[in-house]
Design a protein around this ligand. Structure first.
Ligand code: NDP
Length: 340
């Protein structure tokens, strides 16, 4: 089985229409050419950026969907990818199919050996979330763009999600006052359990009243995962010299050519706010090693927790992406394809 890109969504993404499950076969026992190897794909990461990639021309109709993944090498004729190695599939590149026949050339740009789970004992799914792209995004975005200082206030939107829950716990451990928003009461309860000082449901609470109550000294860092209305509200409640790491804008992804017009942008100047978009890849070279070491340690010693939504079976992937877009995921959305 494989997940195939069929067509550009017309507005709201439709699983089974834009992304479909198709039968595909590879011969697991066929002789391997030089540099080739066969992967058994184990877990896949489902992420909001995929909605953009369905529209930006990276995927052509008929292509196998790609994304972060963890896999194991079944057979190999490539000295860099040995039998039983655990292998990380990079953003948009790990192939969403049950088994993959990988050429040396595709492997270079798409996969790296990541045998750390054998040492840390952490679940493979963590390596598609807290220890994958989402984690690197949280780590780089908070430290490099947010520039957190103990005693400051950070506000995080989509705070219970793959990136948000890590940003909040890391900020708390650095001594910040941490406030988050999310879309259900169960998510709000979770945020309080993992140490957020304040959290509110942006769908049912009065956002202005909550930001006034929970951020009495104003917002010093707004870690923006959603864009749109919440970005506008955060500008209203920002302190002078606030930093706004612009991580994502999921509220806008179904309407990439339109979108919500921010009405108070002039305040960015009067409050001297630094609004800075960033991409996790900016920080991987410098920080990935320490990030992997630190986050694995924090997960193992319990100083951070990490909620995941795991859907079973590769055929659940198209629906899992809609779940992420609709907020039905609780924490990092993972698809489990097979056991090791
Ligand atoms: P999440 O696990 O947070 O899942 C997405 C969440 O967004 C949903 O669960 C939902 O939570 C929330 N959401 C959906 N629609 C809306 C809406 N209209 N308004 C407000 N919230 C909404 O995803 P990630 O943690 O993986 O990603 C978070 C953000 O970070 C995304 O914007 C993503 O594109 C971005 N990102 C950026 C990267 C970078 O390098 N800059 C890398 C990785 C991710 P709720 O129930 O709370 O509404």
């Amino acid at each position: 089985l494989a997940i195939i890109f069929k067509q550009v969504p017309k507005g709201v993404y439709v699983p089974g229409q834009d992304l479909v499950v198709e039968q595909s076969t590879i011969d697991l026992h066929a002789p391997l050419k030089e540099g080739e190897f066969i992967l058994k794909n184990l877990v896949l990461s489902v992420d909001p950026y995929m909605r953009i990639f369905l529209e930006n021309g990276v995927l052509k109709p008929g292509n196998v969907m790609g994304g972060n993944s963890m896999s194991v090498v079944l057979r190999s004729n490539n000295p860099d990818f040995q039998k039983d190695d655990l292998v990380y599939g990079k953003i948009a590149r790990g192939r969403f199919e049950k088994y993959s026949l990988v050429s040396a050339e595709y492997a270079k740009a798409s996969y790296k050996v990541r045998n750390q789970p054998k040492q840390t004992g952490l679940p493979l799914s963590n390596y598609c979330g807290a220890l994958g792209m989402a984690g690197m995004t949280a780590y780089g975005g908070l430290l490099k763009v947010g520039k957190p200082v103990a005693g400051e206030t950070i506000f995080i939107s989509a705070a219970s999600g793959a990136v948000g829950q890590l940003v909040g716990q890391m900020a708390k451990n650095l001594g910040l006052h941490v406030v988050g928003s999310a879309g259900s009461d169960a998510k709000i309860n979770y945020l309080k359990e993992i140490g957020f000082d304040g959290a509110f449901n942006y769908k049912t609470d009065d956002i202005d009243a909550k930001l006034t109550e929970l951020c009495p000294n104003g917002i010093d860092i707004y870690f923006d995962n959603v864009g749109g209305v919440m970005l506008e509200k955060a500008i209203d409640h920002a302190s002078h010299y606030a930093r706004f790491p612009i991580c994502g804008a999921i509220s806008q992804y179904d309407d990439l050519k339109g979108g919500y017009p921010i009405k108070n942008f002039h305040k960015v100047m009067s409050k001297a706010i630094t609004i800075q978009g960033f991409h996790f890849t900016q920080y991987t070279e410098e920080l990935e090693e320490e990030f992997l070491e630190n986050v694995a340690k924090w997960l193992n010693d319990g100083s951070i927790k990490y909620a995941e939504s795991i859907s079973e079976g590769i055929e659940t992937m198209p629906q899992a992406l809609l779940d992420v877009m609709e907020g039905k995921n609780f924490g990092k959305q993972i698809v489990k394809v097979a056991d090791l």
